[in-house]
Design a binder for this molecule. Sequence first.
Ligand code: ATP
Ligand code: MG
Length: 462
Amino acid sequence: MAKPKRRFVCSSCGSVTNRWQGQCVDCGEWNTLTEEAPATVFSAKHDLSSGGRAISFEPLDMPGRALVRRSTGIDEFDRALGGGLVPGSAILMGGDPGIGKSTLLLQASASVAKAGGTAVYISGEEATGQIRLRAERLGVASAPIKLAASTSVRDILTTLGDMEPPALLVIDSIQCMHSDQIEGAPGTVSQVRGCAFELIRYAKENGTALVLVGHVTKDGSIAGPRVLEHMVDVVMAFEGERSHQYRILRNLKNRFGPVDEIGVFAMEGHGLAEVGNPSLLFLSGRENTIAGSAVFPAMEGTRPVLVEIQALIVRLQSGATPRRAVVGWDNGRLAMLLAVLEARCGLNFSSAEVYLNVAGGYRLADPAADLAVAAALVSALAEKPLPREAVWFGEVSLAGEIRPVAHAGLRLRESAKLGFAHAFGPEDKSLSGKNGAARETGGRHTSVQLLPNLVDRILGGE
Ligand SMILES: Nc1ncnc2c1ncn2[C@@H]1O[C@H](COP(=O)(O)OP(=O)(O)OP(=O)(O)O)[C@@H](O)[C@H]1O
Ligand SMILES: [Mg+2]
């Protein structure tokens, strides 16, 4: 009989090779290849076309159970989930070490339990005493959570099988779970996949909302095979700069609702506090009269968040290569914008160092930030502060045109609400017309069609 082939699987990206290497050829990570148990040799005569049970087909419009979501008791968490927990769904929550995953889930479990649902919290990483201490600090020690420390999926499922299925089951974390059916140490690809599969099956069969905590790798993706992300219904990332107070819970995949919804929290001594109005968090302490500062109404899903963009230009006397440093925005995009400002507007940045920062440690991914960044750069170069009440949004093309962006009305309304009444952006009938959003909010919208027009306005001091 032929020797079964050896398989080595990368624990970072899940790719398979048949010999061990120090570095994974697919994702470039070091020391991530581990040997998996050999796959069963398939007989060539294997025939699956008979011997099975007939399955029945169903029409699409059969009346079924309506989707009833259960609130986690934390509005920002519900919002990020798209309206609350769906019974029988599996949620994978990733995040950097120490960002607050266990804290958030303990708070959510406590409010589910207090509202009368059964909440089971299984920790594989911390002892129950440690979690009790945290619960005391968070002020939720009296909540009737069913708490246990275990890493054995068999033990967990046996216990759950003997009780009424819980409304919420938290597994903290999936990387330390272990199934005795599968070979390998906890955290290996086959273990993570196998344990997740069993737990998800339990959740689907019993209508339990399951939350799996997942570790993340250096580059921020959830550790373990990508396939874990395919297996679950919802993937969420808990983000934030550890040096800053705020945390953002972002929805990356959602089978029951929109993605890109966010929940915003602030990490405080007594746990995670909800931030109902994140704009205030990012704009607090802003000095209005400084050159190089522009306010941008960013969109996070369907939610506008006002952030401050700061630019600093330092002229170099020597012929040294000037530095460009960006925090919170895309490096390539800054290079492009500088090139457009040079080529289309005749500004000279080539002998100047350019620093760009998004205040509050916020990371911008919205392409509409172009205009705000351009305004901050021009203002910094000219050393002229921008108008106090202005916000800027729009995408800049290579030709220097300002392109329309999504949700202009929402951006304008949120800005006006916070006292930023003058919006500069692309031409948009829905904003500036007679019944436009600008008039409705009592604000003003100035359309900017070309980047040179904007530069003239700023340099002209209007
Ligand atoms: N006494 C305290 N006062 C204020 N903040 C605290 C206190 N104790 C812990 N924290 C905060 O809680 C964070 C840890 O939260 P938590 O344990 O929920 O993170 P985690 O994402 O579960 O981490 P891990 O990946 O290690 O499981 C700390 O980084 C700190 O910011
Ligand atoms: Mg934890």
